[in-house]
Design a protein around this ligand. Structure first.
Ligand code: ADP
Ligand code: ZN
Ligand code: MG
Length: 478
């Protein structure tokens, strides 16, 4: 019998607001523990929460971009559980009336475009963060994160494989970055993903028992965890056994296995009830239209515009728009050096390689569009060779220094002065009589060889086009 995998994702993203969801505390990341807290986010008795309007608008903006419907009536609920990261012993979330629902996101699988339906998107507050140090026999808790606005995006179980899940996450993150609603930084915890997965015999209409997977801190980990779990569950079914009950399992990124954390709680375990201290919200149609107008150009449109306006291939446009910061970099560079194909090539080859070796992305280094434009300008004017440009670029990205500065210090400038080249040229000619006579008898490769020798003699600093021209002149026509 053959089996198929069914996956649904729950993605949590921090919204980019200055203050928390229900109080005025800062959301800044990385401050000393418990310095961004107040009686509201610490859950003192008698305090009253207030809804953060900005978080609500960012939520609506995201929902609109993800083709969701905005609810006509929405409210907040208390979700109860007892754990030290949750000072009130309940989280303010949304239960049966989320502010948006029924959207979709298209992903590209190997075969076709596939629609992944979004069940709901709701707003809630984040919990605090527990800190366990290996050597200590106690845990610490940091409430700076408690109360940060969170958007929870829940898919229908439409995802058919771990790689589709990966594709979905990449696409979703790309959109969230374009919308500028979240930093989407998985290391800082501003984007997190729980995955639900079950396996069933192909042809069976009802879904299998699902397992919830947590503790994956990268998209790659999500894919690996799902692959492991798909295999594990399939093996259980193949033995004629059943996945007995729903449970939450954790991904162990060292051992590359999942293990049981707890049996999955049911909705009734949470004792949901409407938050009595917050009014229900009736999103205003005019406001929704205002927000719709602020939707930026999305990755797909930008990709199409790049193909149309800059005559790029679909492949190049795809790569350049995958990250908003990269696409912005590309267009900023074109404002100074307007040769799209050349700029695209440098971004996708040498710059990508230099960034890759640092493990950083374009937004994280001090190398700016004007730096690339400057280097490309230097190549065009003959001031430096392509090879020098590569060196310059790598060093500029590594050290954060301006290219012109590095070129000056290292004496990286191309010799475009005929008299300076001719000494080297004469030396090469006298040492390579055979190549000279080969050239004269019409052997084209002899010229290439001689140009190479002159370049070597000048330590790569001669302008190769000029060397070529001078050699031909000096040796006479072939
Ligand atoms: P719960 O009430 O347990 O949180 P939901 O119905 O809210 O369950 O679904 C949570 C997530 O799990 C959704 O992303 C959904 O698509 C996914 N899901 C639900 N049932 C299954 C299943 N049998 N197999 C895989 N994923 C599932
Ligand atoms: Zn607070
Ligand atoms: Mg749920």
């Amino acid at each position: 019998m053959n089996y198929e995998t069914v996956i649904g994702l729950e993605v949590h993203v921090h919204l980019k607001t200055a203050s928390k969801m229900f109080c005025g505390c800062s959301t800044k990341f990385g401050s000393p523990p418990n310095t961004q807290v107040c009686p509201i986010c610490l859950g003192f008795p008698g305090v009253l929460p207030v809804i953060n309007n900005k978080a609500f608008s960012l939520g609506i903006k995201t929902a609109l971009a993800l083709n969701c419907r905005i609810a006509e009536f929405t409210k907040f609920d208390r979700k109860h559980y007892f754990y030290p990261d949750l000072p009130k012993n309940f989280q303010i979330s949304q239960y049966d009336k989320p502010f948006s629902h029924d959207g979709f996101l298209d992903i590209e699988t190997a075969e076709a475009v596939k629609k992944i339906r979004l069940k709901r998107i709701h707003l809630e507050e984040d919990a605090g963060k527990l800190v366990h140090k290996e050597e200590d026999d106690y845990s610490l808790v940091d409430y700076n994160r408690a109360g940060i606005p969170l958007l929870e995006i829940v898919t229908e179980p439409d995802i058919g494989s771990p790689s589709e899940a990966y594709e979905f996450l990449v696409k979703l993150k790309n959109i969230l970055e374009y919308l500028e609603v979240s930093n989407c930084n998985m290391e800082e915890g501003s984007l997190r993903c729980d995955a639900n997965i079950s396996v069933r015999p192909i042809g069976q209409s009802e879904l299998g028992t699902k397992i919830e997977l947590k503790n994956m801190n990268s998209f790659k980990a999500v894919r690996q965890g799902l692959e492991y779990e798909a295999e594990r569950q399939t093996a259980v079914l193949k033995e004629g056994k059943k996945i007995e009950f729903q449970e939450t399992r954790l991904w162990d990124s060292e051992q590359l296995v999942t293990y049981t954390m707890r049996s999955k709680e049911e909705a009734h375990d949470y004792r949901y009830f409407p938050e009595p201290d917050l009014p229900p919200v009736v999103p205003n149609a005019a406001l929704i239209e205002e927000i719709r107008k602020t939707l930026p150009e999305m990755p797909k449109q930008r990709r199409e515009r790049f193909i149309r306006d800059y005559a790029l291939s679909g492949y190049d446009a795809q790569i350049l728009t995958k990250e908003k910061k990269l696409a912005d970099f590309f267009e900023a560079c074109l404002k100074i050096f307007n040769k799209p194909k050349i700029v695209a090539n440098w971004l996708m080859s040498d710059i990508a390689a230099a960034l890759g070796s640092k493990g950083m992305s374009i937004g994280e280094v001090s190398f700016k569009p004007q730096d690339l434009a400057e280097i490309l300008g230097m190549i065009e004017s003959g001031a430096i060779s392509g090879k020098m440009a590569k060196e310059l670029l790598k060093e500029s990205i590594d050290t954060g220094k301006r290219p012109a500065e590095i070129a000056k210090v290292k004496g990286l400038s191309q010799i475009s002065d005929k008299s300076a080249i001719s000494a080297a040229l004469e030396k090469v000619l006298s040492m390579n009589q055979k190549a000279v006579s080969d050239y004269k008898t019409g052997k084209g490769t002899a010229l290439t060889f001689l140009v190479g020798q002159v370049m070597k003699e000048t330590k790569g600093k001669a302008n190769p086009a000029l060397v070529n021209e001078l050699l031909k002149k000096r040796m006479g026509g072939a």
